[in-house]
Design a protein around this ligand. Structure first.
Ligand code: G3P
Ligand code: MG
Length: 240
């Protein structure tokens, strides 16, 4: 079972911060997942929510703030005072952390609520600049963004994200088109997902922090899990 550190090692570190990514980079896990939004001045930043309210000492939407404004806020103290001083990372900052590791990097484009015009092009340009194409999976709940990635660069691996129970998933996935399916844990165990697995398309499941569920998914043929506790799940599969 391949293990992805979800939002970095987000169980024990503030999600989507350099602290969480440094921990993931230290671990011998397969990959890391993180979420990308775009600022008012067109910068790519790594944060899960559309707003900074939950994970910082500030309020407001990322799309309405410049990178300089966002950088004034603390993104560590909400999690624990130990992490006071963490700031919002840019996508370039995060790619830099993994520059000399061999982790697979799953960039999730969070353009499903706000469309972030031009974000796909900016992400692809940055990946090309850093020559990281072969290490990247771009995923999104915004399947139009996945289509756009494939149109601009068919070599980049993509994944469509779903939370729903799917009917005839292969018809839809091939239409987008996409290389893989990333799906919420309970929906991953429905019989229609076995069709996807049997077709040879990778199926990866989020968010799995429980060892028993992870084992069940492995038996079902799921290729990878996203977990907030990468070290724990990695050790579990190592011991099997
Ligand atoms: O990419 C897997 C997972 O991160 C999708 O859901 O809400 O945690 O970004 P979310
Ligand atoms: Mg995500």
């Amino acid at each position: 079972m391949e293990i992805f550190a979800h939002r970095g090692a987000s169980g024990n570190f503030p999600e989507n911060t350099i602290a969480a990514f440094m921990e993931a980079a230290r671990l011998p896990v397969f990959g890391v997942e993180f979420d990308v939004h775009m600022t008012a001045d067109g910068e790519l930043v790594v944060i899960h929510d559309e707003s900074i309210d939950r994970t910082s000492d500030g309020t407001g939407y990322v799309k309405d703030m410049s990178l300089a404004e966002l950088k004034k806020h603390d993104f560590g103290n909400w999690f624990s005072p130990e992490f006071l001083g963490e700031t919002i990372p840019t996508l370039a900052d995060v790619l830099e952390v993994f520059d000399s590791t061999d982790h697979k990097l799953n960039i999730e484009l969070k353009s499903d609520i706000f469309p972030y015009e031009g974000m796909v092009e900016k992400v692809l340009d940055l990946i090309a600049e850093r020559q990281m194409e072969s290490r990247i999976i771009i995923s999104s709940f915004d399947h139009s963004a996945i289509s756009t990635v494939k149109r601009f660069n068919p070599q980049i691996e993509t994944a469509a994200l779903f939370m729903e129970v799917l009917v005839h998933p292969m018809d839809y996935l091939n239409k987008i088109p996409t290389d893989a399916l990333h799906i919420l844990f309970p929906a991953a165990l429905r019989p229609t997902i076995a069709e996807v697995i049997n077709s040879g398309m990778p199926v990866r499941t989020f968010t799995v922090n429980d060892k028993t569920y992870a084992q069940t998914l492995k038996q079902a043929g799921v290729q990878a899990i996203f977990t907030d506790y990468p070290e724990k799940l990695y050790s579990f599969f190592l011991s099997k």
